[in-house]
Design a protein around this ligand. Structure first.
Ligand code: FEO
Length: 170
């Protein structure tokens, strides 16, 4: 059995990951509405990844004989004043999620729960990549976003992102 606090944090993370998927779908819808289909695609794929993360946390809990409780998912619904707003909000959100993952890791470490620490190693690495990607998008937008032709190219680049299943298998 897992430590009670670790178990609670893992269960909360299921909700946080589903919320991340919801948030990124909201970004995707915003861009689709603005005619930036590539940006919309990029966040739709990101939402699929977040759903996968939620499923992995759920599966891990179940593999360890823990009951999963699904809570209500918060409404995203932020208003965006410019194309760069979701990019910035996405980066901040990933930093927040990194903090959550690290907090679970810390609790697992305290409980000497080496199994959970090993499970979380994949997420620690994943968060590093997600922060880099999110920050990279902001940088690209700052460089090219104000020129319509460059924005068109950037949108085309983001349209090429395809979903692939997570490398972590439980
Ligand atoms: Fe599942 Fe983007 O963190």
């Amino acid at each position: 059995m897992l430590d009670t606090k670790v178990k609670e944090l893992l269960n909360t993370q299921v909700n946080k990951e589903f919320y991340s998927a919801y948030l990124y779908l909201d970004f995707s819808n915003y861009y689709a509405d603005q005619g930036l289909e590539g940006f919309a695609n990029w966040y739709k794929v990101q939402a699929q990844e977040e759903r996968d993360h939620a499923m992995l946390f759920m599966q891990y809990l179940q593999n360890n004989g823990c009951k999963v409780t699904l809570e209500a998912i918060e409404k995203p619904g932020k208003e965006f004043a410019s194309f760069s707003d979701p990019l910035k909000a996405g980066y901040e959100h990933e930093q927040y999620v990194t903090g959550l993952i690290h907090a679970i890791y810390g609790a697992a470490n305290e409980a000497k729960d080496f199994r959970t620490m090993q499970f979380l190693d994949w997420f620690v690495k994943e968060q590093g990549e997600e922060e880099t990607n999110a920050e990279g998008l902001i940088k690209k937008f700052e460089l090219f976003g104000s020129d319509p032709r460059a924005l068109y190219m950037l949108d085309s680049e983001l349209a090429a992102r395809v979903y692939s299943a997570p490398s972590l298998v439980l």
